[in-house]
Design a protein around this ligand. Structure first.
Ligand SMILES: [Zn+2]
Length: 429
């Protein structure tokens, strides 16, 4: 052991009392294969010898030596040196308060009991609420310029995992564990989490009054008879998954159907079953209602989901709207409509109908083109290609001037969307 290391340890211990493990961890990347407790204990032993030498050579005064030994929690050596000291109170470790060995012992026992019941093939330990200890440790590392230390979170995960593995014979797995056991140091709890399995695909909504999420009214009733979430929840139960989550690229109103390409969706299940059968999931998804159908394409990761949600804000969509007008219109006025809305930026204030839930602001969204078909003097069909995030119903009505321009403006009468379908959602991933 180099004297530099001992000198450094001495400097640290002059200022902070540290237990074997916390001192050892500050030098954690030196001397592979050692536990931090061994490393710290060894450092302290060499330190005692060095202090003894320094004292004999008059290189150190008694007071400084006393201070270092007390902070090293080696008051026993003071007695060995013939120093008469009263029973001094053992100084608690500045970083962990002398709790780290207790944590390792207790949590590995708790985890062993839990995983013995669950019997996963592998597990991983996660640690939360250690911030206050991390802060202290970081401070010491900065103060003394320590570039080879391990951090407390990593040590706890490793040591607890190692012991629980010995107790149970179940292996820790750092990349693909079957279960994750998360300990919370602050409240002393242990909970089980599962790695996520995320399946990507599309859904088609062939009926109206179907919401994306389960919507419970104030009186505790279901607002709509069916939702995308209802179906995912059912599948999650079939798979015996612990939890589920939906990540959907954009959102349509409950009365809007989804045809054509379908809408991209990622479904996340938290389950111990790694080998989730995608065909089976698809079968379950499609077994609930003919009004909602799904196709599962592939497994994806978290980064994919983030891209999916980000992209949906602007990705291109095609809608089909049936528009009713207050006065009869002609093919000429529809032609004008097509011209006005070709490559046009629409300025849209948050629609009146969603003002209660959303912030009032102006959005600018692009219209690429529209194609119209006159059905009867007061009714026409419009195919609308636009950027995601445009409120199509308001594009048609104008929402009392909050959306500009609108179909109502251009046609010179009240236009209203009576039916709306999504035909295409561009996969922006
Ligand atoms: Zn400690």
């Amino acid at each position: 052991m180099s004297i530099d290391i001992v000198d450094k340890a001495m400097e640290i211990l002059k200022r902070y009392p540290l237990c074997d493990r916390c001192l050892g961890r500050l030098f954690g990347y030196l001397g592979k294969g050692l536990g931090n407790d061994e490393r710290g204990k060894a450092l302290k032993l060499v330190l005692v010898m060095e202090l003894h030498r320094k004292l004999q050579m008059n290189e150190i005064d008694l007071e400084t030596m006393k201070l270092i030994l007390l902070n090293a929690q080696r008051e026993d050596f003071l007695k060995n040196l013939g120093e008469h000291i009263e029973d001094v109170e053992r100084r608690r470790c500045y970083i962990c308060g002398d709790l780290i060995d207790k944590w390792i012992e207790e949590y590995s026992q708790k985890i062993a009991t839990i995983i013995q019941n669950l019997k996963p093939k592998s597990f991983l330990v996660g640690v939360s609420s250690v911030q206050e200890y991390v802060v202290k440790e970081d401070m010491i590392a900065r103060e003394f310029g320590l570039g080879y230390r391990e951090n407390i979170k990593r040590e706890l995960k490793r040591e607890i995992g190692k012991r629980a593995a010995v107790l149970t014979g179940i292996k820790p797995d750092f990349s693909k564990p079957e279960v994750i056991v998360i300990i919370d140091i602050a409240i002393g709890s242990v909970r089980i989490d599962y790695p996520s399995i995320i399946l990507y695909g599309y859904y088609w909504k062939y009926g109206r009054m179907i919401s994306q999420n389960i919507w419970i009214t104030k009186s505790g009733k279901m607002k709509y008879p069916l939702s995308v979430e209802d179906i995912v929840k059912f599948v999650s139960q079939q798979l015996k998954a612990d939890r589920y989550r939906l990540h959907i690229a954009g959102r349509e109103d409950v009365d809007v159907r989804v045809y054509g390409s379908g809408r991209p969706i990622a479904i996340e299940f938290k389950t111990m079953d790694k080998n989730i059968d995608m065909e089976l999931v698809e079968k379950y998804l499609n077994s609930v209602s003919p009004w909602l159908q799904f196709q599962i394409k592939m497994k994806v990761n978290r980064a994919f989901v983030i891209r999916l949600k980000e992209g949906a804000r602007f990705s291109r969509k095609i809608y089909r709207a049936i528009v009713y007008t207050s006065t009869p219109i002609t093919s000429e006025s529809l032609q004008k409509l097509e011209e006005v809305f070709k490559d046009r930026v629409i300025e849209q204030r948050t629609p009146t109908r969603v003002l209660k839930r959303r912030k009032d602001k102006v959005r600018r969204r692009k219209m690429f083109k529209i194609k119209t078909f006159l059905i009867s003097p007061n009714l026409f069909e419009a195919l609308i290609e636009c950027e995601g995030g445009l409120y199509v119903k308001e594009l048609i009505s104008g929402d009392n001037g909050r959306t500009k321009p609108s179909f109502s403006d251009v046609l010179g009468c009240d236009a209203r969307c009576v039916m709306l379908d999504v035909l295409y959602v561009h996969e922006y991933i």
